[in-house]
Design a protein around this ligand. Sequence first.
Ligand code: NCD
Ligand code: ZN
Length: 345
Amino acid sequence: MRNITLTRPDDWHVHLRDDEYLRRTITDSARYFGRAIVMPNLVPAIDNVQAATEYHQRIVANIPDGSAFKPLMTLYITQNTRPETIIEASESGLIHAFKLYPAGATTNSEAGIEAIESLYPIFETMQKANMPLCVHGEVTTETVDIYDREAVFIESYLKPVCAAFPALKVILEHITTSEAVDFVLKANDQVAATITAHHLLFNRNHMLVGGLKPLYYCLPVLKRNIHQNALIKAATSGNSKFFLGTDSAPHPKSAKENACGCAAGSYTAHAAIELYAEVFDKVNALDKLEGFSSFFGADFYGLPRNPDRITLSQESWSGPDRLQFGNDWLIPIRNGETITWKVKP
Ligand code: NCD
Ligand code: ZN
């Protein structure tokens, strides 16, 4: 049996939700991730240090006994965010990044930004405070096709922001296109990207051929296979600008399988590192998995790498059909299908 041992990985983009959902999400994320950057898109948005402190306490209360899992908190940038919030966050030691959502771009983004230009004083303060900016990189312009929204965002907003603030740390989250890969490759060392397991495993055919499948509907939406291939190439290249961020985003079955509009988000936290291992193995790049999963994110955020290790073995198991999620069910990616790598207990 083939084994691979890695420094304990981290997840640099996850949605843990709140209240009755926390037990589910943290149990899965804490199974092998050492740390996770926790997204702030609750309702109401986590947009101040006090709210993040309380959310952090609720998360910690749900971490399984014996786990050393550490949630790394973020704050949501709204049109009301002030430079003082950045300074307070930076001095708190609790906040590791701010998240920019264009208003209406994705799940719970109603509190997001209408005019990115108005944020320049905020970016200026973040740059000075060495506070990273996580970006949901899609425009919401009605006339821009949904498949083009990431590429247009990069040209219209991200390039100008990165040019104006060359020392600002920017993470383009959950990239989905070859344009995003090219942008990150050409940008300076302050610019990086996270890549999800589902954007490496799937393209839009998985979602659309043979019937529309809510399981695969997430934002940014899955693209053509040429983009999927560009992401695989970037993730497995060993380039430290690309690192692991699952964007595992749970929604109850009733919200996903809903004829009035499927909620955006796919759940992979129950098998994330195993799914990434499959992708890397398929292109004979398992030797590049540790950098992507365990080194580059920590290095970019200026945090120490995890001190311990995990081992995966090439072993087939059946992904669960469904998982308990509050009073509802959650249908995870690879539901009832074979997963070919497994973390050793
Ligand atoms: C995320 C969610 O459900 O919170 N959904 C998604 O499709 N990825 C939000 C996000 O990261 O865009
Ligand atoms: Zn997300």
